[in-house]
Write a protein that binds this ligand. Structure first.
Ligand code: ADP
Ligand code: MG
Length: 360
């Protein structure tokens, strides 16, 4: 018996889909030369044992911040033994201890993942830098996560004083979708960091098209994309200017095409990929009345007819009250109603505006 995962069919469209994964770092980043140049300029002194400039990279999601930073740090690693770049995603690791321990380990002094005192771990971190005569470059991606508690804010304070107090040259690179990140720091931290800001602008549809073309060369066999496919993915993502959205929809569309055993990826597959995209999450910030909440819960994730809804809830509220609740929820964008023909008359179908709708 053959296993159900065992398919004799070879992929005929995707040559190597890893080139379309979100964390893939391409060795060419078109339209980011100037930004990459600025990062290089700021960090270059580190390669010669001097004090690099601290940098803050700001920009909307999918504008190439992470990819550019990783690209630069890979190059720096190759170029210099002095500079030691360490990438930290602050969604994954964000306590002062965990970050200092990770860095100290990475720079070459093994320390336990827990158990040392708050001063002791910092001293070991200082010791490894001095001992190994390195210039650490710490890259904090999703850096706004560090502002969420006092413990990680203390880390920023400690790091901001490295040069002045401990005569240690380090480069700090903060990356955030929040352009105001620096302004949330304490005045004294901000002024000691003295970071220069580099803003990554959204990509235009034209730029997204070029980026997709570049990536597609590696990911696909030749001539498997219909002409409209890349422009369509680019146009779709151009409102947000987000290369991740563009690349993801291309990947999704091509998987649909392969699943169907199609010869080529076509507009039809791309449209299907768009449909599958998770609707934008929105949170209910307004206070809902009791009847509104009840209606929303009743509708839940399915479609219901207005008649069924009134019937089900009529013990608690009059139909008039429920009608008003439905119409108010529709105005708030939480429900959608649609007229349908039913027998002789008309009926109303009600459903949630987004299946991901979450309550606060
Ligand atoms: P951000 O960190 O700003 O949210 P990323 O750097 O993660 O964005 O980029 C999102 C995706 O788009 C990644 O797959 C990345 O490789 C790709 N990407 C972004 N900019 C470019 C570019 N200029 N050229 C090629 N690929 C890019
Ligand atoms: Mg990123």
């Amino acid at each position: 018996m053959t296993n159900i995962f065992d398919s004799s069919k070879e992929n005929s469209i995707l040559k190597d889909e890893r080139f379309l994964y979100p964390d893939f770092v391409p060795d060419q980043l078109p339209f980011r030369d100037a930004e990459i140049g600025e990062i290089v300029f700021g960090l270059k002194p580190a390669a010669h044992g001097k004090k690099p400039t601290n940098i803050f990279i700001a920009g909307k999601p999918g504008t190439g911040k992470t990819a550019s930073a990783k690209f630069v740090l890979n190059e720096l690693e190759e170029y210099s033994d002095r500079a030691k770049p360490l990438y930290i995603n602050c969604f994954e690791i964000n306590t002062r201890y965990a970050i200092l321990a990770k860095a100290t380990n990475f720079f070459g002094f093994p320390v336990p993942n827990r158990g040392l005192g708050s001063q002791e771990i910092f001293e070991r971190f200082l010791a490894v830098i001095k001992n190994k005569k390195i210039v650490p470059i710490l890259i904090f991606d999703e850096a706004e996560q560090l502002l969420k508690n006092e413990d990680s804010k203390k880390l920023l304070y400690d790091l901001s004083r490295l040069a002045e107090q401990f005569k240690i040259f380090a480069g700090l690179l903060f990356i955030s979708n929040d352009e105001k990140f620096l302004s949330f720091l304490d005045e004294r931290i901000r002024s000691s960091l003295n970071a220069s800001k580099i803003v990554f602008e959204k990509y235009s549809a034209l730029q997204l098209k070029e980026i997709l073309k570049e990536r597609a060369q590696y990911a696909f066999f030749s001539n498997v994309l219909e002409d409209e496919v890349i422009p369509l993915c680019a146009a779709h993502a151009s409102k947000e200017g987000d290369a991740r959205i563009a690349i993801e929809s291309l990947l999704k569309a091509s998987r649909f095409a392969e699943r169907e055993n199609a010869q080529k990826v076509s507009v039809k597959h791309v449209r299907k990929a768009f449909m599958e995209e998770k609707p934008v999450k929105f949170e209910i910030t307004e206070n809902l009345s009791e009847q509104e909440q009840l209606v929303l819960d009743f509708v839940a994730e399915k479609e219901v007819s207005a008649g069924d809804l009134y019937k089900a809830l009529c013990k608690k509220f009059a139909e008039r009250t429920l009608r008003k609740a439905v119409s108010d929820l529709e105005k708030k964008g939480l429900l959608v109603t649609e007229k349908t023909k039913k027998g002789k008359g008309h009926s109303r179908i009600i459903r949630r505006n987004s299946p991901n709708c979450s309550k606060k």
